[in-house]
Design a protein around this ligand. Structure first.
Ligand code: ADP
Ligand code: MG
Length: 693
């Protein structure tokens, strides 16, 4: 399986290079894992007359009566007249003309695959697949279709050629060597062999065969995904001993008995308990705290930091933006009262003099808690005794950045990752299956659900009337515009126009504007103006998305809401409803929106739970597109399994692996040797990822 594809019959150096550069296929295994994207039912043939009526791919028997070329040079194309004796259809080739001119034969029986196109009155098939009937090599039943690129087609590699390579590869495989699951597991779940599965997925003779093959390969895919995830965790727990924080000290106790501004929710209490258990146990903590917007993660972070500091260690809290970092500083300074706790802020705009103090205090150990942005991970920043790293709004940080933090201490610090992007359970298992997860599944008491409405653009007057009412009550309003990289200028224009319009519509009110083109300083001062109620309406792009806390703001207007993803909409909505008054979120869209956009709006109107919303998001978009998770794509490279549809299979697989791991922590039992081999083989590429989060 690890052999280069050049050893397969039919693949010369040129095709080898093309498969490598176009499809990243190097080995036989990679070729065999290049699964068909669909199958054509080989038992069905259409007449040419029927084909001309069809808009879907068809299969016909017939022959070519004449071949001619038109145009010259790069514009040259080849036209072949194809018939079954009853009707004619034109076959048109723009690529590979020279090759086809030599190889296509007239009057020989061909089998034709292709999708008819209509140009005015003319019906033709562009770049059909033609196979000489006598060379026909399918096992019958279902004929696989593989994706190819334009460049490959030009060089004469079409779907059918890939099929040919696959067939040739399958012929030389050894059943025993191909099998990558232990025989006990195959029996236990009644799976077909790997070899049969590969045959079944590439050349199935029936749907039953295809299904059995797909099931086995999905099982294997999820199994190895989870085996990695679960055993990496076991491995890490054995390898890295964590700092032990045995005490609950004066900082924590004083804070909890004297200064805490509110009763913790049960969920907050539970999570703090989980974290504490984890940090005193001698195993390095790698914990993900998931909590919806407004669930009170900052408090959990702060109290966790107090535990670390009480035990003589330093802690740091990393936020994705300067605004957020300074907001964390402000709320922590407020919470700490007169506790003897040295807290400082380090961001890109920290002055040199302050930086010097910070570096000094970090190294001599007098700085207890450092809050900051990416600036925290610069090499210059050295801690005396870093014991805890808290990462807020985790999805904004790249894997490499987190890796740097990890290396700041000999014994790795405990890590607490806090995310407000709820991800569905199944996705969490595949992505963060090696992390311990704590859930803040409860909002502080007294929060009223945010009343959410969807309005069409044409109802602008009504929306303005509503805004006016809320302003009259002394409330503040956000108006958010989308900002999407590719069309920055256009979006900026929308924002500016919107700003002008709002000034005109609400002449008696002060308006702030915040967008990505402002310098961090200007952004912060505008935000502060709004926070201090010196302005009443905040016109902004999504820069305000994360974490900003203005309890008096009661209305969130989201313009062009159809251009936002669900989790982004949910995040934005979470900016309001932080005070005691009823809050509103108004989604404004164009009058005509797609079905998917409509579902998104309905989901927002009907649901307030971030987890539920993330599940709909997953269904609508597929895991690869979930916001903030794109960078994790490499971890999620499932080819066949779909974690939404195959959730049961995923659960089954995990349960099997847990059972294995109870008895065989090192996978040293001979019966599990295949699993160990697989882990060793695939671990290399995952190593960096596994160590950090
Ligand atoms: P998020 O989880 O989105 O980061 P925050 O930590 O910013 O949420 O908390 C949101 C608001 O709720 C803050 O104003 C915070 O002071 C308040 N809060 C947090 N926990 C509680 C609680 N147990 N009771 C009442 N209010 C709380
Ligand atoms: Mg927060």
């Amino acid at each position: 399986m690890d052999n280069n594809i050049k050893y397969i019959k039919g693949i010369g150096p040129k095709k080898q290079m093309l498969l490598k550069s176009e499809l990243q296929i190097n080995t036989i295994e990679e070729l065999l894992c290049y699964y068909p994207y669909k199958y054509i039912d080989r038992t069905k043939f259409a007449t040419v007359k029927e084909a001309k009526q069809s808009t879907d791919t068809v299969q016909c028997k017939g022959w070519i009566t004449q071949i001619k070329t038109e145009g010259f040079g790069p514009k040259e194309r080849l036209i072949a007249y194809f018939t079954d004796g009853e009707a004619f259809i034109d076959l048109v080739f723009f690529a590979g003309v020279k090759y086809l001119k030599q190889s296509l034969k007239t009057k020989e029986p061909y089998i034709l695959f292709g999708k008819p196109n209509r140009f005015g009155k003319d019906i033709s098939i562009v770049h059909p697949e033609l196979t000489l009937a006598k060379e026909e090599n399918s096992t019958g039943g279902l004929y696989p279709q593989y994706h190819t690129t334009e460049k490959m087609k030009k060089e004469g590699i079409q779907s059918k050629n890939i099929f040919q390579f696959v067939c040739n590869a399958l012929k030389v495989l050894d059943k025993e060597e191909v099998e990558n699951l232990p025989s006990w597991l195959i029996k236990y779940r009644n799976l077909i062999s790997k070899q049969d599965a590969l045959k079944g997925i590439h050349c199935p003779s029936s749907y039953d065969e295809l299904n059995a093959a797909t099931y086995r390969l999905k099982f294997e895919e999820l199994f190895f995904n989870q085996l990695k995830v679960i055993y990496l965790k076991i491995d890490r727990e054995q390898k890295y001993k964590g700092n032990i924080f045995p005490h609950i000290g004066p900082l924590f106790n004083d804070f909890y008995t004297k200064h805490i501004p509110f009763e913790l929710t049960n969920a907050q209490k539970r999570v703090i308990k989980e974290v504490r258990q984890n940090m005193k146990g001698g195993i390095q903590m790698n914990r993900l705290v998931q909590g919806d917007v407004g669930s009170g993660k900052t408090m959990v972070a702060f109290m966790t930091a107090l535990i670390a500091i009480d035990n003589g260690f330093q802690a740091c809290l990393m936020a994705p933006t300067e605004i957020l970092a300074s907001q964390h500083l402000a709320s922590i300074l407020e919470m700490k009262h007169d506790l003897p706790l040295n807290v400082r802020l380090l961001t890109g705009s920290t002055k040199v003099a302050e930086r010097r103090i910070i570096h000094q205090e970090l190294e001599d150990g007098t700085l207890d808690l450092l809050i900051g942005t990416h600036a925290l991970i610069e090499d210059k920043v050295k801690f005396k005794q870093l014991g805890l790293v808290i990462i807020d709004e985790q999805h904004r940080f790249g894997v490499a950045q987190r890796a740097k933090l990890w290396s700041k201490s000999v014994i790795p610090p405990h890590i607490l990752v806090m995310t407000a992007t709820p991800i569905p359970r199944t996705l969490a298992m595949t992505l963060y299956g090696d992390l311990d997860v704590s859930l803040i599944d409860e909002l502080p008491p007294g929060r009223k659900p945010i009343v959410t409405k969807h309005f069409f653009e044409s109802k602008r007057a009504k929306i303005n009337e509503f805004i006016q009412d809320e302003l009259d009550k002394g409330h503040q309003v956000y108006v958010v515009y989308p900002l999407i990289e590719e069309s920055k200028n256009m979006d900026f224009k929308n924002l500016e126009n919107g700003f002008e319009q709002i000034k005109e519509d609400f002449p008696d009110h002060k308006i702030s504007i915040v967008h990505g083109k402002l310098k961090p300083k200007e952004k912060d001062s505008e935000m502060m103006r709004f926070k201090n109620h010196e302005s009443h309406i905040m016109v902004a792009t999504t820069v305000i998305e994360v974490g900003v806390n203005v309890p008096n703001a009661s209305v969130m207007i989201i313009e062009s809401a159809e251009r936002f993803g669900l989790s982004q909409l949910h995040q934005l909505r979470g900016r309001v409803g932080r005070g005691a008054d009823q809050a509103y979120c108004i989604l404004v869209t164009g009058d005509k929106i797609s079905k998917v956009s409509k579902t998104r709006m309905e989901t927002m109107v009907n649901h307030h739970d971030g987890f539920k919303i993330s599940e709909v998001d997953l269904e609508l978009r597929g895991p690869g597109d979930i916001e903030g998770l794109q960078q994790s794509g490499d971890i999620l490279d499932l080819k066949l399994a779909d974690i939404t549809k195959d959730a049961d299979l995923l659960a089954d697989v995990r349960q099997i692996i847990f059972k294995i791991s109870e008895k065989d922590k090192k996978l040293s039992h001979p019966a599990n040797n295949k699993l160990l081999q697989m882990l060793i083989k695939t671990n290399k590429s995952l190593f960096n990822w596994s160590d950090i989060s």
